[in-house]
Design a protein around this ligand. Structure first.
Ligand code: MN
Length: 279
């Protein structure tokens, strides 16, 4: 008998302001503080330009991966590697900051709807000072599974016979964006060694077999370690399923830097102040 993944924690994200005044809904990074290997999960979404127009002017990162996934709106990304990229609806940017990246993330629209997610994934200590790398996935390059009940956008991992674009990754991530019509079920076999969560962003769902409080609107659902995941759409629903192998190392945070010791954080701050941050 396979073990069942149930909702072990149900968390409503908190509204916070980040960058130069962008309103976001943060769950991981606040509550829970850390869900190894996931350091932070933000949902940004607004139809009011004042909530996003100031964007994220140049800022550094070290020791993490940032995964940005846009559902609506356009962002321009510029970084210290000399790359400039435009992110449009459906695109993903998977950045491994390694030893350090200084970048800006600025909305390109003056009005209209902006909606997306940014996930931070921790890096193993042996990778934290590696050369920065970043991967831009155009929505056309991201494979979908579709049947009359659901569609599954496979950003990382594998669903049915569809492979995600991210491979050979040390935490073996799963990152799906799922759209499920009312009354139908989404089933998936998780690896019980990984930490997994569902992030509902539209509609209403039931997770697992136990009765829970109603899961409606933006909600983080931390899953218990189990193999069989079942999500049922009470109303038409859209949600992310994200899973990864825990790193099991001590971490020390210093704003945009996440390292293993206090000394490494001080070194990152010094490097940034001295202009020796970019290796
Ligand atoms: Mn950033």
């Amino acid at each position: 008998m396979k073990s069942i993944a149930e909702a072990s924690q149900i968390i409503k994200p908190v509204s916070v302001t980040d960058g130069a005044g962008v309103k976001i809904k943060r769950s991981i990074g606040l509550n829970p503080d850390y869900f190894d290997p996931f350091l932070m999960l933000d949902e940004f979404g607004s139809e009011n330009k004042d909530d996003y127009i100031a964007g994220f002017p140049p800022h550094p990162h070290r020791g993490i991966e940032t995964v940005t996934y846009m559902l609506a709106g356009d962002f321009e990304h510029k970084d210290s590697l000399g790359s400039t990229g435009r992110m449009c609806a459906g695109d993903v940017q998977w950045m491994k900051t390694g030893s350090g990246v200084i970048h800006s993330e600025m909305p390109l629209m003056k009005e209209g709807k902006l909606h997306g997610f940014q996930l931070w994934i921790n890096m193993h200590s042996y990778l934290k000072m590696a050369k920065p790398e970043y991967l831009h996935l155009d929505s056309k390059e991201i494979n979908h599974y579709a049947d009359p009940e659901k569609s599954v956008k496979v950003i990382a991992g594998r669903f049915e016979d569809i492979n995600g674009a991210i491979s050979n990754h040390n935490v073996e991530p799963v990152y799906f964006d799922i759209s499920l019509t009312k009354g139908n079920k989404f089933c998936f076999l998780l690896s019980p060694e990984k930490n997994s969560f569902v992030y509902l962003y539209e509609g209403e769902i039931k997770v697992g077999h136990k009765d829970n409080e109603r899961l409606k609107g933006s909600t983080l659902i931390i899953l218990s370690k189990g193999e069989t995941l079942q999500v049922e759409a009470v109303e038409n629903a859209k949600f992310l399923l994200i899973s990864g192998r825990p790193i099991n190392e001590e971490i020390v945070r210093g704003g945009p830097f996440v390292m293993n010791t206090r000394e490494e954080i001080l070194e990152a701050i010094q490097d940034y102040q001295n202009g020796t941050f970019i290796k």
